[in-house]
Design a protein around this ligand. Structure first.
Ligand code: NAD
Length: 463
């Protein structure tokens, strides 16, 4: 870095420490809106940019576009839009003058090849180039495949600005650790990996994040930051896959996976997670693929794709359990009315990206079953719960939303057409559900002896 560049960065760091550096946040989804809101609350003047006009319109009206249970979020957005510290626009001209630009656009992977799809990232970088202020700090918070900062972000920005990274503007990668349902808590409490193109850039980034992050701010280089983020989600995916595979082994052998798990976890250093109906969201299903994206030409990883395969099969296992539950009453899947409870990828959120329920529903429909879906947070399925379960021949629990944990089994039994309960989130115990008269099957739960064979009884409408 030249002396001029170092002096310019020192001045910028000073402006950031005094909250006098105007900030632009590109991409106002779960991540970007949280970051924009929090920086605005801290006292920065923030311009949020998004190409989604509905999102911009909601924010310009002072409303949060999020539907789930997101503690403090609605209040934050109301506060910072009313105070004028957060403004939003779909026009990149609004970025002019920003001294810090934070990129939070989506970074999915391609369904077949599992390779990263950088349409949003490339689009954001191309639009940013012509309006980027010389001397600005550009931070990518989106999760990216290791190597992307060097092979894509730097050359694209250099080409579109005509400036040199590290001299005329500064680059960092500070991946996010938020989770829908805990956005603001995670944003402010968790530690962060702060990757800078140089240690001075990382130090400038630390000055920024110190304003609202209470956790550690650990500095490193760009590549390590990229690996840390994708590795932490790949690790989680592998852990979940182990729990799911163990659950299938227990089910098959006739043991209770939840009891086995508790006993295994008594052994020092073991911490088997809970099995479930599948893994979804915009992070865990794709970040393992991002981690390995740029090594596959030289080394084909074995464990990480295997974990993906284990977790991806879980919605289909739920279909199998549903088939078995119905068979115990002499009913076939084709033509059966199936109440699917939960469409989001996890409890308490409206985020339905890559949710296991999507795969379950598609598979049920392919078999000729008639799924009806409920979710208290996903707009398309905000229908009365009773209307969905009434007359159902099987109730399939896919998400542990609070509304389902509070379900009264006796009341449920009174309205369903068949007492078949398939539990993908261990919301009920087998003993309780069976005591209420349900044919209960769940991931990791051994089947009751009576459910193994066809009972021979005709389906009886109970509603
Ligand atoms: N959702 C999470 O919990 C979470 C957690 C950690 C990391 N991440 C990572 O953060 C990134 C963003 O995730 P998200 O969940 O906020 O995604 P999101 O889909 O909720 O938000 C992305 C936003 O970017 C906007 N966008 C797309 N292209 C744009 C462009 N060219 N210019 C301006 N805006 C554009 C979209 O309209 C959308 O509103 C991803 O890389 C994700 O992997 C997400």
């Amino acid at each position: 870095m030249t002396t001029d560049a170092t002096t310019q960065l020192t001045e910028l760091t000073h402006l950031i420490s005094e909250k006098r550096a105007p900030v632009a946040v590109i991409g106002l989804g779960y991540v970007g809106l949280s970051v924009a809101g929090m920086l605005a609350r801290c006292g920065f003047a923030v311009m949020g940019v998004d190409i989604n006009m509905a999102r911009i319109a909601a924010l310009q009206a002072g409303r949060s576009p999020m539907e789930g249970e997101e503690p403090g979020f609605e209040e934050l957005i109301t506060e910072v839009t009313a105070s004028g510290r957060l403004n939003v626009t779909a026009d990149y001209d609004g970025v002019r003058g920003a001294r810090v630009v934070i990129i939070c656009v989506d970074t999915p992977v391609e369904e077949e090849t599992h390779l990263p799809v950088y349409k949003a990232l490339r689009g954001a970088l191309a639009s940013l180039g012509p309006v980027l202020e010389p001397g600005a700090l550009v931070i990518v918070e989106s999760t990216i495949a290791p190597g992307t900062m060097t092979t894509l972000v730097i050359p694209t920005l250099e080409a579109s600005t005509g400036m040199q990274a590290g001299e005329d503007f500064y680059l960092g990668h500070c991946p996010e650790r938020v989770t829908p349902g805990k956005l603001l808590y995670n944003l402010t409490h968790l530690s962060r990996t702060v990757g800078g193109q140089t240690p001075d850039v990382a130090a400038a980034m630390v000055t920024l994040y110190t304003h609202y992050v209470e956790g550690d701010l650990d500095t490193t280089d760009l590549l390590s930051a990229e690996i840390v983020k994708t590795a932490e989600n790949a690790f989680r995916d592998v852990q979940i896959a182990f729990a799911n595979e163990l659950a299938i082994i227990c089910e098959t052998l006739g043991a209770d996976a939840f009891e086995v798990r508790e006993l295994v976890n008594k052994s020092p250093g073991r911490n088997v997670l809970m099995p479930g109906a599948g893994v979804g969201g915009h992070c865990i299903p794709k970040d393992p693929w991002l981690l390995i994206a740029n090594v596959r030409a030289q080394y084909e990883p074995l464990l990480i794709p295997a974990a993906r395969a284990v977790n991806n099969q879980m919605p289909y296992r739920m279909v199998e359990l549903t088939r078995q539950g119905l068979a115990a009453h002499g009913v076939e899947l084709a033509g059966a009315r199936i109440a699917v409870l939960g469409y989001a990828f996890r409890e308490g959120t409206d985020d339905d990206r890559d949710s296991p329920s999507q795969y379950l529903i598609a598979a049920l429909e392919a078999e000729g079953a008639l799924p009806v879906v409920h979710d208290p947070y996903v707009r398309a399925y905000q229908v009365p719960l009773e209307a969905v379960v009434s007359g159902a021949q099987a109730v399939v629990l896919m998400v542990g939303h609070a509304a389902y944990r509070e379900l009264d089994l006796a009341a449920l039994l009174a309205v369903v057409a068949l007492p078949v309960l398939i539990d993908g989130r261990h919301i009920f115990t087998a003993a309780d559900a069976r005591a209420h008269g349900f044919t209960y099957l769940g991931v990791g739960t051994p089947q009751a002896k009576s459910d193994h064979a066809h009972s021979g009884s005709d389906a009886v409408l109970r509603s």
